[in-house]
Write a protein that binds this ligand. Structure first.
Ligand SMILES: CC(C)(COP(=O)(O)OP(=O)(O)OC[C@H]1O[C@@H](n2cnc3c(N)ncnc32)[C@H](O)[C@@H]1OP(=O)(O)O)[C@@H](O)C(=O)NCCC(=O)NCCS
Length: 180
């Protein structure tokens, strides 16, 4: 498995992973109507715009298996609220269901943490639905709960938790160690 920068030609594969993984990971957590409304074509168009005309320090990394197929992706950039005291934010992290628990999430997180540091962003947070088992991943890599908020999806009010890392140098060392 390798992790590399995403290219505009990856947009459709990223969109497929995005929509498929939402479908498997969020069923029973977010309303079915929302999951049914997700369209690979619409997502692909959005990813194509993001990858063709990247804004600011936003970065997108993909994990590719030996056959050259994408098995996961991550995107990150400046923290979006500007109110929580963190410089960087992990916007999205998705690994295809059949490739989870093999270190792909760790490798993608390390890659975006390195990319954020290169852009001078040395602390990081992310938002995750409170009911999402992915919280176990963020806790395993040393995230601390730092904030909560409510979001509304199709009329359902859901809790989100932010996990933060004040010093991503430590996080990178931890993730590199786990790689070996
Ligand atoms: C969360 C996610 C990105 C983790 O990626 P991954 O490749 O499966 O994670 P890794 O194999 O690198 O896991 C590293 C460690 O994190 C912990 N971990 C990972 N997933 C976990 C889970 N669901 N529950 C508890 N702990 C978990 C484990 O300690 C794991 O080490 P181990 O397998 O040796 O026990 C992946 O499960 C995913 O895409 N989930 C669905 C989409 C999603 O919810 N994304 C997050 C949106 S905020």
């Amino acid at each position: 498995m390798i992790v590399r920068d995403a290219r505009p030609t990856d947009a459709a594969a990223i969109a497929r992973i995005h929509v498929e993984t939402w479908g498997t990971a969020y069923r029973g957590i977010v309303p079915d109507a929302f999951l049914a409304s997700l369209s690979v074509e619409a997502r692909a168009a959005r990813w194509s715009r993001i990858l063709t005309e990247p804004e600011g320090h936003e970065l997108v990394r993909v994990a590719e298996d030996e056959a050259g197929d994408l098995v996961g992706f991550a995107s990150a950039g400046p923290e979006r609220t500007g109110e929580l005291g963190y410089e960087g934010e992990l916007y999205a992290l998705y690994v295809r269901a059949e490739h989870q628990r093999r270190g792909v999430g760790r490798a993608l997180t390390l890659s975006v943490v390195e990319g954020l540091a290169e852009a001078g962003l040395r602390s990081m947070l992310l938002w995750v639905l409170a009911e999402n088992p992915a919280r176990g991943f963020y806790e395993a890599i040393g995230g601390t709960p730092v904030a909560t908020r409510e979001i509304e999806i199709e009329g359902a009010v859901l809790d989100e938790i932010a996990y933060g890392w004040e010093d991503t140098t430590e996080l990178a060392t931890h993730l590199r160690g786990a790689d070996q």
